[in-house]
Design a protein around this ligand. Sequence first.
Ligand SMILES: *[C@@H]1O[C@H](CO)[C@@H](O)[C@H](O)[C@H]1NC(C)=O
Ligand SMILES: *[C@@H]1O[C@H](CO)[C@@H](O)[C@H](O)[C@H]1NC(C)=O
Ligand SMILES: *[C@@H]1O[C@H](CO)[C@@H](O)[C@H](O)[C@H]1NC(C)=O
Length: 247
Amino acid sequence: MKFCILAALVSLVSACTYQGKTYKNGESWISQNAFKIKCTVESNGSWKTDVVACLTPKGQKEVPVNAGPVSEGQSDFECVKNENGQVVLKESRGRLADCINGKKQGETWMDKSFKFRCDEGGQTKFIACVTADGHEIPASGSAMINGFEVECRQHTNGTISMGASSKMKELDCKTESGKIKKQGEEWVDKAFVHKCGEYGQTKVVGCRPSNYEGTIELNQNATQGELTHICVKDGNSYSFKTVQTKA
Ligand SMILES: *[C@@H]1O[C@H](CO)[C@@H](O)[C@H](O)[C@H]1NC(C)=O
Ligand SMILES: *[C@@H]1O[C@H](CO)[C@@H](O)[C@H](O)[C@H]1NC(C)=O
Ligand SMILES: *[C@@H]1O[C@H](CO)[C@@H](O)[C@H](O)[C@H]1NC(C)=O
């Protein structure tokens, strides 16, 4: 009997009481499927209960108080104790989350001429431009494609674009016989008037038969005495002929 009383006393001073249950020093338990609580008994006999971890809603994974986040599914969870001693579980988009278009992390996809990848936190990252013939140019980089420097740009306003390098705009043109022409310069080759445009690209702008003054514009006819000159552009092909017109 004496022993029994002593035992009861000891248990009384060395236990926590929580919602009608008693717990030993160091013991922990789960409350409301949301918190892990631990009993601490001081040497002077006073005791306290502390939340030591939160539990994730689905997997009931432990998230230690005020420690790094724990991932579950698409979310990251943090268990935060504020100044008032309140403990709350905070949820944020997880490091392992999918991207909003449903792609998994590490997956890449194309949208028009642009290539994207799903990165950590479900962030969509623009990684490259892809030319029609399959050349990849890294974002904010450039590459020589068929003799042209092409840039893959990411503007500060968020838009992305692919195009000839602005350096190339000033390029000279080369005639069929290998002569160099400056931008804006015109020359005649086999009755066709050529003009050097931007990016070193030569365009046919009209026709000029020998002993004819000026340029006959594309898809125009010009009469010269009894002759009619016919200058035609059809798609990407050009033709020129002169016919005799009966007066
Ligand atoms: C017992 O000890 C704890 C920590 O050492 C202290 O916070 C508490 O006030 C003490 N309680 C009593 C009743 O002395
Ligand atoms: C974004 O900036 C680029 C380059 O400065 C510009 O060409 C483009 O029109 C801008 N787009 C929008 C939507 O403002
Ligand atoms: C030019 O001449 C051809 C042949 O006579 C004719 O078919 C064509 O319609 C003419 N084009 C113009 C623009 O007058």
